[in-house]
Design a protein around this ligand. Structure first.
Ligand code: SAM
Length: 236
């Protein structure tokens, strides 16, 4: 992958950035995504945010080597600390766990004024992102699922709106876990993902059944059984 040819995962993120958006890519690492969308003319400029020194340097070098320093501002800092309120209207956060993504959004709530689109790509734990969106007034507009190099990724696109709207026809807990759009489509990749997860939960459940039984194992077992039942239901 490079800024000319993104991975299919990052390409799917890029495809959900509105034409002309003022973009911040948080956790940008190599800054391939902002470089790509600026060069394609999708956005006039962007902010690339990074918390870690190595990736920050790599983003700086990439932007300099592409002569994009006028268009892309590389900033070092934690999450949304790198943006000013009202500075951007679209934020991408890709390639991290869902809990980290929701923590970044939660910690940076005051920086979301004026932001009207979030394009989020959790590697795992997308339920944490969906819960955060619901609790904070963001409506899921679309979801994608794709497989690349043997890994399955989800992309969640949200705008300010009616957070519960996409979940209306569904059991809320199942919608948060599986994704209201993804569980409606039930693509082959979706089925593969949840078959894998279900097998994993069944394996943990059988280990728990062999373990010392106490209050903690009992509540873990119940939780796993509920998730396995939900997966069986959605995979029917
Ligand atoms: N977004 C790129 C992608 O999807 O290919 C890079 C993903 S990389 C696996 C995750 C990056 O997020 C790392 O470079 C890490 O330093 C950065 N990161 C993690 N927590 C962060 C935070 N709180 N604020 C900014 N960047 C963060």
């Amino acid at each position: 992958m490079n800024s000319e040819k993104l991975s299919n995962r990052l390409e799917a993120v890029a495809n959900n950035i509105p034409q002309g958006a003022r973009l911040a890519d948080i956790g940008s690492d190599h800054a391939y995504l902002p470089c790509n969308v600026v060069k394609k003319g999708i956005v006039p400029g962007a902010i690339a945010g990074e918390v870690a020194e190595g990736p920050y340097q790599s983003a700086l070098e990439q932007v300099q080597s592409e002569n994009l320093t006028a268009e892309i501002s590389v900033r070092k800092g934690n999450g949304l600390d790198v943006i000013q309120p009202g500075e951007v209207d679209c934020i991408t956060i890709a390639g991290m766990g869902g809990t980290l993504i929701s923590n970044i959004l939660d910690r940076g709530k005051t920086k979301l004024d004026g932001v009207n689109r979030l394009v989020l790509q959790p590697n795992v734990g997308s339920f944490a992102v969906r819960s955060w969106l619901i609790d904070n007034g963001w409506e899921l507009m679309r979801e994608e699922i794709l497989k690349e190099d043997g890994k399955i990724y989800e992309i969640l696109v949200a705008e300010r709106g009616e957070p519960l709207k996409p979940f209306q026809q569904r059991n809320l807990e199942a919608g948060i876990l599986f994704g209201p759009f993804l569980m409606g489509e039930k693509s082959l990749i979706f089925i593969e993902k949840w078959n894998q997860e279900k097998k994993n939960w069944e394996r943990i459940l059988s280990q728990l059944n062999d373990a010392v039984q106490n209050e903690e194992t009992a509540s873990k077992r119940l939780e796993l059984e509920r998730k396995i039942n939900m997966a069986e239901e959605v995979l029917k």
